[in-house]
Design a protein around this ligand. Sequence first.
Ligand code: ATP
Ligand code: MG
Length: 484
Amino acid sequence: MQTLRASKCGLSTAQLPSSILDVIDALTKAGYEAYIVGGGVRDLILGLNPKDFDAVTNATPAQVKEVFGRRCRIIGRRFELAHVYAGRELIEVATFRAPPKKAVTSASGMILRDNNWGTIEQDFARRDFSINAMYYQPRKGIVLDFCHAIDDIKNKTLRLLGDPTLRFEEDPVRMLRTLRFAAKLNFSIAPEILEIFTPEMTQLLRDISPHRLYDESQKLFTMGHLNRVLPMLIDFDIWRQLFADISPDISTFIERAAINTDQRIQIGKTINPAFFYAVLLWKPFLERCNFYLSKGVVPAEARAQAGLDVLKRQATRTIIPRFAETFIREVWEMQTRLLNPKPQQIQALSTHARFRAGFDFLLLREKSGDDTTQGMGVWWDAYQQMTTDEKERAISQYNRQRAKSRRKTATEDVVETKLVAVEIEPLVNEPEPRSRRERKSRAKPERPVQSASSNRSEIGYDHPILKRKRVKRDLSQVVFGPTQ
Ligand code: ATP
Ligand code: MG
């Protein structure tokens, strides 16, 4: 172990928010050891802006709770941690961990529970990469480096601590972390990792819960280097483990969306990770729509059912929370509405809560060479920049063109182009709560789960989707009918 001077590593307390210093100081005052560890130290040494700061201590979670009282909450079962609220920020305080006892690992060596407290040396050996295992005591101005991690930082190398095979077996998510850090930091992966990072090894990810894989996929999407990590996911055969029915091929659309996401993060704009899921799943969604259409299902129903099918299949890999599912289906449904809007509803559409995401999606499709958008991406782009008068003229002109292309009679097409508030029909119907749906599907096992990418599953004349009655609507209330 070497003790480095913090200043020599480019570290100073001036770079630290008061929240993490408060936590370190309070634990030290109570007689415990406390360090900053992980990504915060790594990123500061690299001159990057850390996402957050994590603390580690020899106090147990219960003792941390004693120090901070109501400002502290103990969380997690598999990996127990203390959450300390410092001002408006939340600091994760972990306790030094020793190797897990045999009884809490699975047959394949995966760690099921990791709450065996230990010393700092043991804690160090439990961390994933050398560069994530530097312990910084800001008040003493020192960094404890147990494995020449500082050299790996200088050489831009990602090195797992211990035997790489064992470390991946203990926690297969470390494979995803390897690619994430390699892409984020632009580090090379150490040869001993590359040697064992095989497609067979990635099969271990099958044992990871879809919830955890969703969390990890969010981190991949939002780290700011999505475009760099996507080809790596394919090269290392991780793609297949994360995405059920998306062929491992980066289309122009996916690539543009990834570049766009990274750019937004760079300039500090917010991003919704569900948007990228909507992009990834767009092709399987269209394929599934076509499948239903070819079976005679009406378009609106085909889209609704295809959306549900595709998301259900994806949930076998990464569970997608209900709010994100709804967002994705709404973005898809917006594509139909934006492509062929009724003139009198254009203004209302442009103020709809899902307009922005739907429009961004449409424009991305168009810029990626998708000519099925019929130039409507550019049309909506221009529309948003117009004055009220210009908008009315643009709608009239759109209306005339629409009438011409539909060869309708002039009388049918006279519409009021004045910009008035018009209500919009909900984009998607919320599916039933998951638990009820699960209960229902268990009661009806004869309904097969259908693959979104293949046409193998047949819809017979007696399939429930064909029997479903078309919803009878009061036509005066219908603002956006399905595009047929
Ligand atoms: P970032 O926060 O920038 O994504 P990080 O390195 O801080 O990166 P976290 O997930 O916040 O990553 O974890 C904090 C630290 O906990 C890591 O630096 C590492 O030392 C340890 N750690 C996290 N996940 C694992 C894991 N699966 N196996 C071993 N150690 C881990
Ligand atoms: Mg972190």
